[in-house]
Write a protein that binds this ligand. Structure first.
Ligand SMILES: N[C@@H](CCC(=O)N[C@@H](CS)C(=O)NCC(=O)O)C(=O)O
Length: 199
């Protein structure tokens, strides 16, 4: 199987972390492609033109990152990061949505800031920053509630915070969120997080 990624994509980092945590290095080859280059593999193989995508051995293309993470988690028949029931399931899924939602707002912000100043929308820039601020506050409450749970929800949250540090270091997400910061600093010691750091 080929996992098509961009080295700076937070969504791809989530999937790369799952690949490592599940020990799938031999079964899943990582292939780099730019989603913004016309005609690149990412654009051709994923109908949404995004990374990540997972190309199965029969040619089926899986996207987006929650679907790929659930697939990789399940192929050994022993899902441990995505497949829960009851409150544990909703807590995990909500945490993943929160982390992914921060990535969405942060990615939009990064791309908007790259446009010519005259083309940028001040109101959208403000809105995405507000969304991130509110989501970080909710994330701290989630982390306090879920403690040291390790699943796709906590992976997504940690990756989202790492992406803020990487691309939007002017956003001091940790200000006023000491519990979240301390949780994050412990989480990022995991080898799978260190080995997928942005290049
Ligand atoms: N919801 C998707 C988001 C993927 C995404 O937006 N990836 C970005 C790179 S970080 C991308 O490929 N953008 C290109 C585009 O939007 O055309 C997922 O979770 O996989």
């Amino acid at each position: 199987m080929d996992l098509v990624i961009s080295p700076t994509s937070p969504y791809a980092r989530k999937v790369r972390i799952v690949r490592l945590e599940k020990g799938l290095q031999d079964r899943v080859q990582v292939v780099t492609a730019s989603p913004l280059a016309p005609g690149s593999r990412a654009v051709i193989q994923n109908p949404l033109g995004k990374v990540p995508s997972l190309i199965l051995d029969d040619g089926t293309v899986l996207f987006d990152s929650p679907v790929i993470c659930a697939y990789l988690d399940a192929i050994d028949g022993a899902p441990s990061l995505t497949d829960f029931s009851g409150d544990q399931r909703w807590g995990c899924d909500r945490a993943q949505a929160l982390g992914d939602g921060i990535m969405d707002a942060a990615y939009n912000l990064v791309m908007e800031r790259r446009r010519d100043p005259g083309e940028q929308s001040a109101s959208w820039l403000e809105r995405w920053q507000q969304n991130i601020a509110h989501a970080v506050t909710a994330m701290e409450q989630d982390v306090q509630r879920r403690g040291s749970a390790f699943d796709i929800g906590s992976i997504s949250c940690a990756v989202a915070l790492g992406y803020l540090d990487f691309r939007l270091s002017d956003i001091d997400w940790w200000q006023g969120h000491a519990d979240l910061r301390s949780w994050y600093e412990t989480f990022i010691e995991r080898p799978s997080f260190q080995m997928t750091d942005y290049e």
